[in-house]
Design a binder for this molecule. Sequence first.
Ligand SMILES: Cc1cc2nc3c(=O)[nH]c(=O)nc-3n(C[C@H](O)[C@H](O)[C@H](O)COP(=O)(O)OP(=O)(O)OC[C@H]3O[C@@H](n4cnc5c(N)ncnc54)[C@H](O)[C@@H]3O)c2cc1C
Length: 602
Amino acid sequence: MSPIQLADISDVHDKSFDYVVIGAGTSGLALATRLAEDPAISVLVLEAGKYHGDEPSTRLPAMYAKNFDNPDYDWAFATTPQSHADNTTYIWHRGKGLGGSSALNFYVWNRPPAVDIDAWEKLGNPGWNWANYLKYSNKVINFIPPPDTKVTAERQTSDPAYYGTSGPITVGFPNGSTGWDVTLQDTLNKIGIKTITDGSGGQGIGTFMVTSTVDPRTNARKYSVDYVPSPQPSNLTILSLATVTRVLLSKERPGSDAIATEVEFLFDDQKKTVKASKEVLVSAGAIKSPQILELSGIGDRDILQKAGVESIVDLPAVGTNVQEHLYVGISCELNDPENFNTLDPLHDPEIAAENLQLYQKGEGLFLTGLLNLTHTPLSLVSTHADAIHGAFTEKLKAGKYLGKPGITEQLEVQLDVAKNGAETELISFPCFLSTPNPPEPGKKYISLVPAINHPFSRGTIHIASADPLASPAIDPHYLEEDVDLQTFLEQVKFARRVGTLAPLSAHVGKEINPGPDIQTDEQLTAWLKKNMNSVYHTAGSCSMLPRDKGGVVDPQLKVYGTANVRVVDLSIVPLHVAAHTQATAYTIAEQAADIIKGHFKA
Ligand SMILES: Cc1cc2nc3c(=O)[nH]c(=O)nc-3n(C[C@H](O)[C@H](O)[C@H](O)COP(=O)(O)OP(=O)(O)OC[C@H]3O[C@@H](n4cnc5c(N)ncnc54)[C@H](O)[C@@H]3O)c2cc1C
């Protein structure tokens, strides 16, 4: 892949482009590239971070968390102290630089169940359904099927109907695996959880081997920079190190839609501007997109006033309806480490150096990937599912949510999706992934990681000041709804139980986290609150919903009250999905590109 040609500030400042895209992340670069396929239009992308190209820390597989907290790669946001989780503050890692979070993520590529996407349409968004999702997500990918030996021995099965083969993002199964995933599936089969051929075909319930965005031919990560063709089209201009501060809006008369005319950004600490002759497309991710809208005067008037920002479009839903997946790691020593490949030995610099040599030959531990996911309704993992859902249903019926526009309807749809769909996830992680007790050097671990897919709590992300360089206040309201805590607890108990069941149990040794001392619900709850974390899948902060039901954007992704501002990234997801989210971020960009080009029919 030849490198992206970055623009010079003199190519951008005071110039005019048809479309100005804010953020060169997962959705942003995909969107910009598709728009620039029409040579008659000019597209500019402004990105706050750098271009990391083919740097090993970005391209290599098994680089989980390698660039965390490095400000060149990671925004490393912090939440506000969470009042329902012992006032714990959680760090939300997010990719910074060309590629955004697609350059920092954990490579998993999977689609949500069809019902999760069809729920978006049900909530008032014509055209946002499974059929279109499948069509557009197939445009994203180039699937490389595994060799037959891997299909039979490692159950790397897939249904070709669900895989595009000409998109820019190569998807395939990892070449290296731990060796326990088939045994894990056998264990789950024994307790009624079926192995399914393909976890990305919309069916979604069962245990399955999952693909990733590591190209199995080169063992290198594919990320959104790979959308940009080579040679780069001359009508696609990309400026890095350009932090957007706001969109400049004007109104022809009071009461008319606001029109975006320019985008203001900081470059080398200097304020610069660029004109947008057609539209401004905000793709800064679910944390920064609502911040940029609010800094531009679009949002809840009271919040803007407190922060010292003039209100231009009173749109109270901006930065609300925030939904985030949560995980917690359970790690155990392996009884027979010699039989398994985990990433733990890579902590030893000598072993890591040896494996880097092996990687150049397409061998070694760096190829070991995350391979197995399990999605189930809560009822498949807990006998308390009916009671847990019943309590929440009563709360809904009691009208607790009356007064919050659209929320009761949304939660009812969600309850249905959760009860019958993939409410729970169990991730089989290829090394130690848990806290607070640390791993021991020289040992190998299995981590079973439960995650909640459909949290009922709703958070907020709002500006706290007019300073564009300050982080917004991120308050996910973790565990505010008791249903989330109860669901999570049941999942943790289930994951611990799986480790004690044959045939997996033969390999699972001492539990390190939460550890044998933590047994009662009270102890587990306390451990959970301190040690759970974000899966970095934030959605909903600029939800696509009818305006009177808490919407920020309409089904064309146009921000209400504006003539030419759209949001195109994961923030538009109105109801969270049971999947890792990069596939969805890319797919939203593909559908948006067709909408903007006028090629889309609902
Ligand atoms: C650590 C981690 C692990 C993950 N693991 C997985 C996984 O294994 N599988 C999976 O499917 N998903 C995973 N995800 C989630 C997935 O990667 C994201 O949901 C998805 O990439 C989000 O895409 P986006 O376009 O909405 O935002 P992003 O890709 O985050 O893009 C936003 C872009 O906007 C830029 N930006 C922000 N503010 C400004 C500004 N003011 N001016 C200019 N530019 C700005 C950012 O720098 C960034 O480049 C993970 C995410 C993280 C962070």
